[in-house]
Write a protein that binds this ligand. Structure first.
Ligand SMILES: Cc1cc2nc3c(=O)[nH]c(=O)nc-3n(C[C@H](O)[C@H](O)[C@H](O)COP(=O)(O)O)c2cc1C
Length: 192
């Protein structure tokens, strides 16, 4: 299965990086993984870590440079670079842009380019407005051809009642289902 070519695109949900990196580490041992980052993810230092350190770790894990500009990700579709493109984590911002057809980041460009050839895209959504401002965008994207979601749940219904996060334990399964053009069910899980 090392032949399966997965693009793994990180956007600026920095608090999710520990889970995303653990999942990526496991994926990189089994599949041919290339990392992509949004411009924000590539350049922003936060209390969750330094951008340069994340880039270095991604390049070590994949053995390839991180794709992080629109010019670098435009060939994703024409050159058929990935069997599946996973955006993990996917911010509310990136989901909103995808829902609106806006293509002004490396990751939104990669998704548009991947979809152009009818190839699958998987979104691991994570944002504290998932059941507020982002809800309509999730609904819009659920109804799009070739877009699939990693199953998600409310991570803290009491303190953050509008927050949704993806279940990274199911990222690989969601990618394999998407490769067969199926959505991994159930899309929504009970709070953990
Ligand atoms: C420390 C920190 C944590 C963040 N976590 C999230 C998050 O979990 N989900 C989200 O949608 N946005 C989050 N954001 C906001 C995004 O980084 C911001 O909307 C950014 O413009 C996203 O750009 P991108 O989608 O192109 O990566 C966070 C920002 C910071 C500084």
């Amino acid at each position: 299965m090392k032949g399966l070519r997965i693009g793994l695109a990180l956007t600026g949900s920095y608090c999710t990086y520990d889970k995303a990196f653990a999942a990526l580490e496991a994926l990189a041992q089994k599949y041919d993984v290339t990392a992509l980052m949004s411009e924000n993810a590539y350049a922003t230092d936060t209390r969750f870590g330094q951008a340069a350190a994340f880039v270095k770790r991604l390049e070590e894990l994949t053995g390839k440079p991180v794709l992080h500009t629109v010019a670098q990700t435009e060939p994703v579709g024409p050159k058929e670079l990935f069997d599946v493109l996973a955006v993990a984590p996917c911010t509310g911002n990136t989901a909103a842009k995808l829902a609106a057809g806006i293509t002004d980041t490396a990751v939104t460009m990669a998704v548009k380019s991947q979809l152009r050839g009818g190839r699958p895209v998987v979104l691991a959504f994570g944002s504290n407005d998932g059941l507020a401002a982002s809800a309509k965008n999730i609904g819009e994207l659920l109804n799009r051809r070739d877009i699939y979601f990693v199953p998600m749940y409310q991570d803290d219904p009491v303190k953050k009642p509008r927050s949704l996060v993806s279940d990274y334990a199911l990222l690989e399964a969601a990618i394999l289902e998407a490769h067969a053009h199926r959505q991994l069910e159930p899309i929504f899980e009970c709070p953990k």
